[in-house]
Ligand binder design. Structure first.
Ligand SMILES: C[S@@+](CC[C@H](N)C(=O)[O-])C[C@H]1O[C@@H](n2cnc3c(N)ncnc32)[C@H](O)[C@@H]1O
Length: 474
C-alpha cells in the first residue's frame, strides 16, 4: 500500500513529511512533547500544550511518534500561556514555557507515577505533590552559552542579517549552528546584560568564534555563574588557545562594562568536543571562585565544579533529604557528592560523612568547603564510584547511603556493590526518573523497598524532574 492511500486499519494516510496538520493536543509524552492524533496516527510536537488545537509541520518519526514542528496555536486551551522569551519555539531550553505552571507539575507527577506503577515499585506509597517554585523564572544560577561562526537565522529576521557570529545556545538537533540569544527567561537577573556585552565586545575587538566543522576560531563558550545568596558572579570564558594578547583586553573590557562580575577565568581547550571545561585555566580577574550560601553553609564554587543550578529549589531538595536523615546517627556515604553540598549540610546531624566523586575540582571545593565551615567529621574521596565504592562501603552495614548520579543513573555494576554494602537506608536523588526507576527495580530485586517519593521542580518550564526516593531493606 502506498503511504498516502487509506489504510485497512481505519486510519487515514500517514501525514507526509513537510505537510501541515491540525491536531488537538491530548497530553505530554515521555520526551516532554505534546502529543495527539492525526488521522489515527500519533504525532508529537515540542511546545504544544495539552488542550490546545495546534497547526504543525510534519518532520520525522522519532521514538514511536511522528514528530512535528509547532507552527501556530489555532485555539488555545485552558492551560495555554503567553511565552516570556523571544526565542520560544527555536531554543530547546524550556519547551514548557507556554504551559500553565501548575499543569506542568501535574503532568510531570503523572509521568513519574506511571513509571513507578509500571515497575511495580510503589505498593502503598504515595507520590507526593511536586514541590514547585513560587516564581518559576530567573531561577538558573548557571548558564553555558556557546560561541559559533554559523548563526541560526530566526523566522522574521531581516534578510541579509550577519550570520557569521553568534553567542547563545544550540538549536535542538542542529549542532553546527548557534541561536543568538539576547535574553533568557530562566537565567539569573543580570545575565542578559553580561551575555549581550560579551557579544558586542567580541565584535568590537574583532574576535572570531569557533567553527565546529573546521575546528578553528578563538571564542568557544561563555559560562555565567552566580552565587544567588552572595551576589557574586563568575564568568568562565573558554577559548581554543591562550592568546593573552587578544583575550586579556577583551576580558578587561567585559569586567569594566559589567562591574557586577566578581571574577573572570579563562579556560583553554582545542579539542573537537564542545565542552565548557578547559584543559588549562588562567584567572584574569578576581579570586577565580565565587561563593554560594545554602542550608546555612558557605560553598566555594570553581568554574567547572558541579552545583545545583537552581539555588532556591536546591534548598528545598536539601530539606527533603534532611527529613529522611533525621534521627540517624551513624555514617553517611554521599556518592556522586559534587562539591559536598548534601553531605556537608548533614554533617552536624550525623556521626561522619564520606563523599565520593570523580571530578577533581569538585573534590577540591568539597574539602575547602568543609574546612571553611569548620566541619571535621567529613572526608572526601576523589575517584570513580564503581572503582572506589567497595572500599568506601567496607563495614557499611547500618550506614545511610545517598546516591545522586548524573542523568544516566547508576552503572549496572555499582548496584551489586551497593546491595552487598547493605545500608540501613538508601536515598536516591535523581534528575532523571527513567534511569532512577530502572535502577530501583534492581535494588528492589536485591531486597530494598520504596518508602517515600518526593519530586522537586528544579527545572521549571522543562520536562526534567528532580526526585528524592527513599528505600529501606525488607
Ligand atoms: C547530579 S551531580 C550531583 C552532585 C551533588 N550530589 C550535589 O548535589 O551537588 C552528579 C555528580 O556525579 C559526578 N560523577 C559523574 N560520574 C561519576 C562517577 N562515575 N564516579 C563518581 N562521580 C561521578 C559528577 O562529577 C557530578 O558532580
Amino acid at each position: 500500500m502506498s503511504e498516502n492511500s487509506t489504510q485497512i486499519d481505519g486510519r487515514g494516510p500517514r501525514p507526509a513529511k513537510g505537510s501541515q496538520v491540525e491536531m488537538r493536543v491530548e497530553g505530554i509524552d515521555d520526551l516532554g512533547r505534546g502529543y495527539g492524533e492525526v488521522d489515527g496516527h500519533p504525532v508529537a510536537v515540542r511546545g504544544a500544550v495539552p488542550g490546545s488545537l495546534v497547526r504543525a509541520q510534519i518532520r520525522r518519526r522519532h521514538r514511536g511518534a511522528i514528530g512535528g514542528q509547532l507552527e501556530e496555536v489555532l485555539e488555545p486551551g485552558p492551560l495555554q500561556r503567553e511565552a516570556r522569551c523571544p526565542h520560544v519555539g527555536t531554543c530547546g531550553g524550556c519547551s514548557f514555557q507556554t504551559y500553565d505552571y501548575a499543569g506542568q507539575l501535574e503532568s510531570l507527577r503523572g509521568h513519574l507515577l506511571e513509571k513507578l506503577q509500571e515497575a511495580e515499585l510503589l505498593g502503598e506509597v504515595e507520590v507526593e505533590a511536586v514541590l514547585g517554585m513560587e516564581v518559576p523564572f530567573g531561577y538558573r544560577n548557571k548558564m553555558d552559552f556557546t560561541f559559533g561562526n554559523r548563526r541560526w537565522i530566526e523566522v522574521g529576521e531581516p534578510e541579509g542579517v550577519a550570520a557569521d557570529f553568534a553567542l547563545g545556545l544550540h538549536v535542538p538537533g542542529v549542532y553546527s549552528k548557534v541561536l543568538d540569544v539576547q535574553s533568557c527567561a530562566i537565567h539569573f537577573e543580570g545575565a542578559d546584560e553580561i551575555l549581550n556585552a560579551a557579544r558586542e565586545l567580541a565584535r568590537e575587538h574583532g574576535l572570531d568564534a569557533w567553527d565546529t566543522r573546521r575546528h578553528v576560531g578563538l571564542l568557544r563558550h561563555l559560562v555565567l555563574r552566580k552565587g544567588v545568596n552572595t551576589g557574586e558572579i563568575l564568568v568562565y570564558l573558554v577559548t581554543s588557545v591562550e592568546d593573552a594578547e587578544r583575550v586579556d583586553p577583551y576580558a578587561a573590557d567585559l569586567v569594566k562594562r559589567c562591574p557586577g562580575i566578581t571574577t573572570l577565568v579563562q579556560g583553554i581547550h582545542s579539542r573537537a568536543a564542545s565542552v565548557a571545561v578547559g584543559d588549562e585555566e588562567r584567572i584574569l580577574h578576581g579570586p577565580g571562585v565565587i561563593h554560594e550560601v545554602l542550608a546555612g553553609l558557605t560553598f566555594t564554587l570553581s568554574p567547572t565544579s558541579f552545583f545545583q543550578t537552581n539555588t532556591v529549589q536546591a534548598a528545598r531538595l536539601l530539606e527533603c533529604i534532611h527529613s529522611e536523615v533525621q534521627s540517624f546517627e551513624g555514617r553517611v556515604l554521599d556518592l556522586y557528592c559534587g562539591a559536598g553540598t548534601i553531605g556537608l549540610s548533614l554533617a552536624s546531624a550525623v556521626k561522619e560523612v564520606v563523599g565520593l566523586e570523580s571530578s577533581a575540582s569538585s573534590i577540591r571545593d568539597a574539602r575547602a568547603n568543609a574546612q571553611a565551615a569548620g566541619i571535621h567529621n567529613a572526608s572526601f574521596v576523589e575517584g570513580d564510584v564503581l572503582e572506589n565504592l567497595a572500599q568506601c562501603t567496607q563495614g557499611a552495614q547500618g550506614d545511610l547511603c545517598i546516591v545522586d548520579p548524573p542523568r544516566a543513573g547508576l552503572h549496572p555494576k555499582v548496584i551489586p556493590i551497593l546491595l552487598a554494602a547493605a545500608p540501613a537506608r538508601l536515598i536516591y536523588v535523581s534528575c532523571n526518573p527513567l534511569s532512577a526507576v530502572r535502577d530501583m527495580e534492581h535494588l528492589a530485586r536485591g531486597g530494598y523497598r520504596l518508602v517515600r517519593v518526593q519530586p522537586v521542580d528544579l527545572f521549571p518550564h522543562t520536562p526534567h524532574l528532580e526526585c528524592v526516593f527513599t528505600l529501606v531493606p525488607g
